[in-house]
Structures are given as C-alpha cells and as structure tokens.
Write a protein that binds this ligand. Sequence first.
Ligand code: CMC
Length: 391
Amino acid sequence: TGLITLDAGYKNTGSCESGITFLDGEKGILRYRGYAIEDLAEKADFLEVAFLLIFGELPTKAQLDKFYTDIKSKSVVDDDVRKIVDAFPKSAHPMGVLSSLTSALTAFNPSIVNVSSEQDMYNSVVKIMGKFPVLVAWALRKIQGLPLDYGDNSLGYVENVLKMMFKQPNQEYVQNPIIVNALDKLLILHADHEQNCSTSTVRIVGSSHAGLFASISAGISALWGPLHGGANQAVLEMLEAIQADGGDTKKYMAKAKDKNDPFRLMGFGHRVYKNFDPRAKIIKAAADEVLNDLGIEDPILDIAKGLEREALSDDYFVKRKLYPNVDFYSGIIYRAMGIPTDMFTVMFALGRLPGWIAQYREMRLRNEPIGRPRQLYIGQNHRVFKTVKNR
Ligand code: CMC
C-alpha cells in the first residue's frame, strides 16, 4: 500500500485523457470540443451540439439531417416497455423510472457494443438518442396519469420531446417557440461537463465493457443525488420552503453557514468552478428572459436573486468561493415551462445524454483499462477465527 495516494472524492486525480470538454474552474471557461459554451448556447441547437460532442466536429447540414433521420428511425420502443411503465406506482420518482427503463432497454436491444465496428457504435448511438426522449416523456406521463404516446417525427428533436411530454388526449398540442428555445438552451448547457460523478460512473461501468444502455442507466442513478443533478429539484424545493416560511432569506443564509446544521444552500458551490459557473450566468439571463416573454411573475425568482445577492457579499461564501451553479436558476425556467419539480433531474439527464454517449465512445475507442481504484485499508489486522460457540 506504500505507493497508494489517498484522494477521497478524486479531487486531484485525473481518471482519463479526454478531448471532449475543456473546463477552467478558476477562469470560468467551459468549451465543448473547443467551442465556447456561450457561442453554442446562443447559436447552435441541441442536436448539433450532440453531434459535436459525440463525433468531435460540428455537423454539415447533410450530416445533421442524416443523424436526425437515423435517430427518428430508431425512436420506437418495444411495446412491452409500456407494461413495465404500467407496473410502476404513480408515486414513483421519475428518475427511478428513467433509470429502470433505460436498463430495461438492454433486454430489447443487444447491450454489448462492438466498438471495433463503427457502424455498430453508430447504431447504438442513434438508438439511444431516439428512444431516450420517449422514456423521458413516459416518465412524466406516468406521474401525471396520461396515456403513453409518441410525438410527431416531423418536428425537431426538442419540439418532439415537448409534444411527447405535454400532449393531452384529444387536444392539439400547440408549440410555444419561447419554450422550445429555452429548453434547447438548457439542454445544451447540460450536455457535458467532463469527469463529473455521473460521467465518471458511465465511464467506469463501460470500462468493464458493459453496454452503452447499461452504462447510461448507471449514470442516471449517479445523477439523481442532490449533490449532483438532483440539486435542481432541491433548489426549487428550498426556494419554495423559504417562500412558505415568509421569504426570510437571512434565516436560511445563517442555517447554511452553521456547521452544526446539515442545511446547505442548494445550487451554490462547485467542485471545479471556484470563480463562477459560466452556465449559471447564461441561465440567469435566460430565466429573466423566459419569465418576461411568457409574462410570468414568479416571486420565487425574487427570492433566488435575493439569496444570490446576499451570498455574494457574505464572507462565508466569498472565502469558500461558493457561487451559484448551473442548477440555481434552471429550476425556475423548468417551472415556468410547466415541468413538475420531480422531473427536473430527468430534464438534466436528457441534456447530459450526448455527453455520456461521447464519453463512453471515447473511452471504448481509446481502449481504456478497466476502472479499478485502490484504497488505504484502515480495518483490523489479522485475527484468529473463533467458532460461534466460542464467541
Ligand atoms: N452551502 C453551504 N456551505 C457550502 C456549500 C453550500 N452549498 N457548498 C460547500 N460549502 C462549504 C462546505 O461546508 C465546506 O466548508 P468548510 O471548508 O468550512 O468545511 C466548503 O464549502 C467546501 O465544500 P466541499 O463540500 O468540501 O466542496 P466539494 O467540492 O466537495 O462539494 C458541492 C461541491 C457542489 C457538492 C457542494 O458545493 C454542495 O454540496 N453544493 C450544494 C449542492 C449543489 O448545488 N450541487 C450541484 C452541483 S453543480 C451541478 C452538478 O454537478 O450536478
């Protein structure tokens, strides 16, 4: 064990070489394949970004059209999946439903990707890109007691997801371009973030050569926790609790700073960003814009802005370099779109899917060794075994 260095939480350990996402936590820089997140959020759409992340280059129009045509051709899930959805209780958390259904897809699709065949890898990519939005929509329709429908393949990827989620029986679904644009932007901002907890999970599960669907289902479970993707749900629940408690932000600031109180200001702090989270800047502006465009006045937004103002001028937060992260304002936008709080982390998963795929593909193509950290043993030394009657 002499050579093993302990690095709990892998704060200083690089687990791989990667050419996908560049992140400078001190300067607040985030780039996908060399392109600034600000440019992508403003000028690209989610499917282009997915292609960029997975295959390394921005697609030409012809490549993008083919990619989407192939995705659409694989977007039907086996009819037996409906029976699985039916079997969940209506109270099931949609993240549990999503991870189970993603895992269930391995039963209907060969789970092992033959990475030496480019075609095999491509087929797996378009399959999961096609089927995942259906599972996302069905996770929502389950908790809302709506029939499990497909959308409309003549629509764009994001428009189609929205229709699949929200279409009511016997009613026409009318797209709202403000909502389409906002969701597109949110998905782009969530699409990859180098070796975070869920992505590392996908890579480590895949490093045993488990299939793409199985590895992604493990990533969904990792994303669920409130310290990772689950923070967006936790932020909104926190803001609602503060509102219900009379809007006293100072009281919650004090709780967050109290080391005897487990309460943390959700949506604040980041393992890597120690200056600001560039995604949070974009999302804050988007939240203002969306609420304004939709004509919604949400007192929760004022509470969020109040908390941010106080935290940014508070010694405790300043000293520890705790800034609002991507999850601080995203929930406010999801709420304005009519997405229930329980579904926020599912929306994060939908955005992160291309990142997980890209990282899995890179790891397999580079033929990385199986992930297998070591430990520093702190248990008992050798002990003499006693049979049960002598204990
Ligand atoms: N509220 C109050 N104190 C905090 C917070 C917070 N949100 N975050 C960190 N701290 C304190 C922490 O108590 C510690 O203080 P001290 O040095 O006195 O012991 C110090 O800041 C450093 O925190 P840490 O827990 O050692 O830092 P970490 O890098 O292990 O954790 C984090 C990063 C994001 C898990 C943490 O900041 C956190 O729990 N934030 C709230 C949850 C959240 O918003 N998560 C979303 C992260 S961004 C999207 C994603 O990755 O999915």
